[in-house]
Write a new protein. Structure first.
Length: 123
């Protein structure tokens, strides 16, 4: 049974671009999502909680990302009496924007093929 033509598709398309540096993922969807969460929360620990990961995992991802870039994507200040905090740098904001623009461009460029692929899927 096919869905009527005006009904939204039950299927969702997602492209997941990864940029490798050696054998490591330098930039990928998880690191971009973590950057966006840090931008919202101004905290690596709060961003980690929001994404359901440990602080250690988030810190390691940010450390790996920062080491992969010419300029750091995130700066952090230590906690203490007044608490710490993290900030996404201008370079990190540019990275998010560039990554999301590549995703949007790729999806737009492949729109016909994506539609054809979705028509092949069972409802």
């Amino acid at each position: 049974m096919n869905s009527p033509p005006n009904e939204p598709s039950p299927h969702r398309m997602q492209l997941r671009m990864r940029v490798y540096r050696g054998g490591d993922i330098a930039i990928g969807p998880g690191k971009i999502a973590l950057l966006q969460a840090i931008e919202r929360t101004h905290s690596i620990s709060a961003a980690a909680r929001e994404l359901g990961m440990s602080y250690r995992r988030a810190w390691l991802l940010i450390d790996q990302l920062n080491r992969s870039l010419r300029e750091p994507a995130v700066t952090a200040s230590a906690g203490g009496a007044h608490g710490g905090g993290s900030a996404v740098t201008p370079s990190g904001l540019a990275l998010i924007q560039c990554y999301r623009a590549i995703e949007d461009t790729a999806i737009a460029a492949a729109a016909e093929q994506i539609a054809a692929l979705k028509r092949m899927l069972a409802p």
